[in-house]
Write a protein that binds this ligand. Structure first.
Ligand code: 13P
Ligand code: SF4
Length: 326
């Protein structure tokens, strides 16, 4: 096999040059980045990275970056034998549902999500029994077993469109209580909710946002819809992580407060150095389990492979495909 000509270290460092000293990058990341680029070629692999991944992953080794919706869309029919999900487990499951013939790897199988862990398939069956005939809209932050019990999935990027596409006055929207309440406020469609929350976004408070506004006059505040409704009410804009990025790209605010996970501001400040990012820092411990060395190990060992029980595959895939068709 022809050896891969790697880009020069100057080229590899350039995307993160505004974020860290060259000496630190050389010491901590350069070797791992080069090893991963070589392994990707050897394994015919691609790396999908969620917007919450750290800059050395997001800018250093990812082939496709995005929010949950973009990653699900891009995952369809990828021309690669191995797909590495630099994100959390439910994202890797969604990729596997859409690519059953590919090897899908998660670099750390413990990379979970408080929303996905907050509801079981049995809980969904009980909700359906309590509300017969009411459609179940399930946030992609859920397990394949929960998706298999649902009518349709949604992400934060398309939740409004998905809910409105059903043409009904009431839906069961699970598992994120806050996302459901925020979509209810936008659409007027009644939501039957489930009390699961994102452990990162539930910590933001309206008072904190007001304090940041006082400290940083003129700051634009953009909040993820997993935040409590009182926090979203304080924001100038609310949307998925990709929609937040699009807002910054389009409006180029002088100062912006991203009410979401910390790495978003790091990744964006590398792209928009003229914008000042005010950083209220809440880390997602699950996203942070993914590191360059674990990505490298995943490519070396082809572990941990994400597999979905045969009986869940068709019904879970149907819920995701229905969402993608909206
Ligand atoms: P996005 O789909 O907006 O990227 O959100 C995923 C997520 O887990 C946010 O906490
Ligand atoms: Fe789950 Fe919240 Fe982490 Fe997103 S930020 S993966 S919703 S725990």
């Amino acid at each position: 096999m022809a050896t891969l000509e790697l880009p020069s270290r100057d080229t590899l460092f350039a995307p993160v040059a505004g974020l860290m000293a060259r000496a630190d990058w050389e010491r901590m990341f350069a070797e791992e980045v080069e090893a991963i680029l070589r392994l990707k070629r050897e394994r015919n692999a691609v790396i999908l990275a969620h917007n919450y991944q750290t800059p050395e992953i997001f800018h250093g080794v990812a082939d496709i970056r995005g929010d949950s919706l973009a990653l699900a869309r891009e995952a369809r029919g990828l021309d690669a034998e191995v797909i590495v999900m630099a994100g959390v487990h439910f994202m890797a499951e969604t990729v596997k549902l859409l690519n059953p013939d590919r090897t899908v790897l998660i670099p750390d199988a413990r990379a979970g999500c408080s929303l996905a862990e907050g509801i079981t398939a049995e809980n969904v069956r009980a909700l359906k029994a309590a509300w017969p005939g009411v459609p179940v809209v399930t946030y992609v932050n859920s397990t394949a077993a929960v998706k298999a019990e649902s009518d349709i999935c949604c992400t934060s990027g398309n939740a409004r469109r998905v809910v409105e596409s059903l043409g009904v006055p009431r839906v069961i929207m699970i598992p994120d209580e806050f996302l459901a309440r925020n979509i209810e406020a936008e659409t007027g469609i009644e939501m039957i909710t489930w009390p699961a929350r994102c452990e990162v976004h539930e910590r933001f408070t309206p008072d904190e946002i007001r304090q940041y506004r006082r400290l940083h006059r003129g700051v634009r505040v953009i909040a993820h819809p997993e935040c409590p409704p009182e926090v979203v009410a304080e924001a100038d804009f609310s949307g998925s992580t990709a929609q937040m990025i699009a807002y910054v790209a389009e409006k180029r605010p002088e100062k912006v407060l991203l009410v979401t996970e910390c790495s978003m501001s790091d990744n964006l400040s590398a792209l928009y150095p003229e914008t000042r990012f005010v950083r209220p820092c809440n880390l997602c411990p699950h996203m942070k389990r993914i590191t360059l060395s674990r990505i490298r190990a995943a490519l070396e060992t082809l572990q941990t492979e994400v597999l979905i029980p045969a009986e869940l595959q068709a019904p879970a895939r149907r819920s995701v495909e229905r969402m993608l068709a909206v």
